[in-house]
Design a protein around this ligand. Structure first.
Ligand code: SF4
Length: 433
């Protein structure tokens, strides 16, 4: 009692929210018991609840929740797999390999990830430090990576540096020699699929003292990452960027994150010839609630069109086996990952799904410093306690473990022993619109 008497009202509210997160959401067994108006056509109520259930149990839902597709009426929601008859399935005990190599060139470190997914860039300031820690610990546990985003590299992440991608974006916020030297992979963010041509924007409300210090900027002043990189207008300019990274950290792989304009195939090939190891295509369906809706829905090419376009062009240029193609932008489920790979990607970069796993409801309040009701996209040190890092780590690990079960089951039914055999197998897909 004495302990409670010393707690402020605010602390008691935080504790109540944490208890709700731990005891409440994941135990909703049926969609009809969820709060009304949860989700949207891309992230339906069922998909959100199913992701919470997977994050709680580490297994695919068995209670009738739809966990494979949403209700957008397009994109991955109108694609399905042609599953052969049961006599063609592999035996249930077949070992199925989900690992993929990230470096297909003859230079730098040979990095493999155990699952064909890693975490996409979300910056310090756009998400809380607890969320960054949860994602980094989960990546370490799973044998994959997560990206810092463009807001700098908090010291608490250095422990997990072998699983963290350092992002370099146009604002160059928090980019330092040591953060390049830590990194097994350095990612140049040339554009985002959710808002191509618009750069990045952190509202002043989120630029607290610590966020601004990390970005070497003025507290409470909005920050813009301009579009484009004004030092890069050609493949040769990009080559200079790659040389800069390789000089600072010779073992680092270089990833190039681009959105999906109509000439994205040329961009990908140019990136390869400039020295990139990974080309990361970011399509139009992704982004948090901070990205403007009009940009998300109207500018970039949908990712399901961009992947085969780039894959085919890389094949025609005889370089497909020397570059890793990662896809993101609305990849929500294990089935979306498999569809992206069948269209020609090597793997996928995940963002929103990880936030959903740790309690996000898609309420679109991300841009405000104290707007996130679950303490995810907050810069408030008290609010971020709503999502303890160790709890978040376990939720993200569980979600990916459930995805791995689904991917192995799908590959077994398709008669494939490794996820690498699925790449480019568009013949296994069918249109179901
Ligand atoms: S719950 Fe938080 S992270 Fe999710 S959409 Fe709302 S404000 Fe953004």
């Amino acid at each position: 009692m004495a302990d409670i008497a010393h707690k402020t009202d605010e602390q008691l509210i935080v504790e109540k929210h944490i208890a709700n997160l731990h005891n409440g959401f994941a135990h909703w067994p049926r969609a009809e018991e969820a709060p009304p108006a949860l989700g949207d056509s891309r992230w339906t109520q069922d998909l959100i609840l199913a992701t919470w259930l997977m994050a709680e149990t580490g297994k695919p839902p068995e209670n009738g929740l739809e966990y494979k597709i949403g209700a957008s009426g397009g994109g991955f929601d109108v694609l399905d797999f042609n599953i052969p008859t049961e006599d063609k399935w592999l035996p249930a005990d077949t070992e199925i390999d989900l690992s993929i190599p990230l470096n297909r060139r003859d230079d730098g470190a040979q990095l493999n990830i155990n699952i064909p997914m890693y975490g996409g860039g979300m910056s310090y300031g756009s998400i809380s430090e607890h969320v960054m820690q949860a994602r980094a610990r989960a990546a370490q546990h799973l044998g994959t990576f997560t990206s810092t985003g463009e807001g700098g590299y908090p010291p608490s992440l250095v422990l997990y540096k072998d699983h963290i991608i350092t992002q370099v974006a146009t604002g160059m916020f928090g980019v330092r020699e040591e953060t390049i030297q830590y990194a097994p992979i350095v990612e140049f963010k040339y554009a985002q699929g959710a808002k191509p041509g618009l750069g990045g924007h952190l509202l002043g409300d989120k630029a607290t003292d610590v966020v601004a210090a990390m970005r070497e900027s003025v507290p409470w002043v909005s920050l813009f990452s301009p579009f484009p990189f004004h030092s890069v207008y050609s493949v040769e300019d990009h080559r200079k960027h790659v040389d800069w990274i390789r000089t600072t950290n010779p073992r680092a792989l270089v990833s190039v994150k681009v959105s999906t304009p109509t000439d994205v195939d040329m961009v990908a090939v140019g990136s390869y010839f400039a020295g990139a190891h990974i080309v990361h295509l970011d399509g139009s369906y992704g982004g948090t609630g901070a990205a403007p809706e009009i940009a998300k829905k109207n500018i970039a090419m949908p990712i399901e069109f961009a992947i085969p376009k780039v894959h085919k062009y890389l094949v025609s240029e005889n370089v497909r086996e020397e570059v890793t193609l990662m896809a993101s932008g609305g990849v929500r489920t294990a089935y979306d990952v498999a569809k992206a790979i069948a269209l020609g990607a090597d793997g996928c970069v995940m963002g929103t799904a990880e936030l959903i796993a740790i309690g996000c409801t898609r309420c679109s309040n991300c841009e405000r410093g104290r707007g996130c009701p679950f303490g995810l996209t907050t810069t408030d040190p008290l609010l971020q306690q709503l999502m303890p890092a160790d709890w978040g780590q376990q939720r993200i690990v569980n979600m990916y473990n459930a995805y791995a079960i689904q991917l192995r089951e799908l590959l077994r039914k398709l008669g494939l022993r490794s996820i690498r055999e699925l790449r480019g197998r568009r013949d296994l897909l069918k249109y179901v619109g």
